[in-house]
Write a protein that binds this ligand. Structure first.
Ligand code: SF4
Length: 186
């Protein structure tokens, strides 16, 4: 027998609901090192208004964040800092590589610039461009939200680091939280 629900009642799975809450309450950690950072700032400003997608609460403490946005080139000297901040963020966490420099080193094909941050930390979403426009970053966040929704939360699989990270490219994760050390790509 079909049950008739009132108009203001919605039925869903608990897992779907938890994932929906999680994906719409991302707290970004901005790691802006160069010109892409200006576009990142513009994304949070009133014209583009990242708040519409529930990801406007930029925090500068890694312990309060779950979304790392790397905007700009990362030099080798800065890499241990990036790794330390990534480690200090709680699981489950995600990473967006914004712009050509963060994803590949861009035009800086030189020994001192990291040729893609995915050699050292796992990246969930790449945003092309030099620099990408705020609309592209917003689209990247929406796509990431779709991935988060699919991931689910009740089975706790998001805490199984190996399972989560195997799908990502060229991952090298520091084994434990402690004194960070530079990990070289395999
Ligand atoms: S991708 Fe272009 S805009 Fe972004 S940091 Fe590199 S040079 Fe600057």
């Amino acid at each position: 027998m079909a049950i008739e629900l009132p108009e203001n009642v919605v039925v869903s799975k608990l897992d779907e609901l938890a994932s929906w809450c999680r994906k719409n309450s991302l707290w970004p950690m901005p790691f802006a090192t160069a010109c892409c950072g200006i576009e990142l700032m513009a994304t949070g400003a009133s014209r583009h208004d990242l708040a519409r997608f529930g990801a406007e609460v930029f925090r500068f403490s890694p312990r309060q964040c779950d979304l790392m946005i790397v905007a700009g080139r990362v030099v080798m000297k800065m890499l241990p800092v990036l790794q330390r901040i990534w480690q200090q963020m709680h699981e489950p966490k995600w990473c967006i590589s914004m712009g050509a420099c963060a994803s590949t080193g861009g035009v800086f094909d030189t020994y001192s610039v990291v040729q893609g941050i995915d050699r050292f930390i796992p990246v969930d979403m790449y945003i092309p461009g030099c620099p990408p426009r705020p609309e592209q970053l917003i689209q990247g966040i929406i796509d990431l939200q779709d991935k988060i929704q699919l991931e689910g939360t009740i089975p706790g699989s998001e805490f199984e680091l190996r399972t989560r990270q195997q799908r990502k490219r060229a991952l090298v994760e520091l084994p434990t939280v402690g004194t960070p050390s530079l990990i070289l790509p395999r």
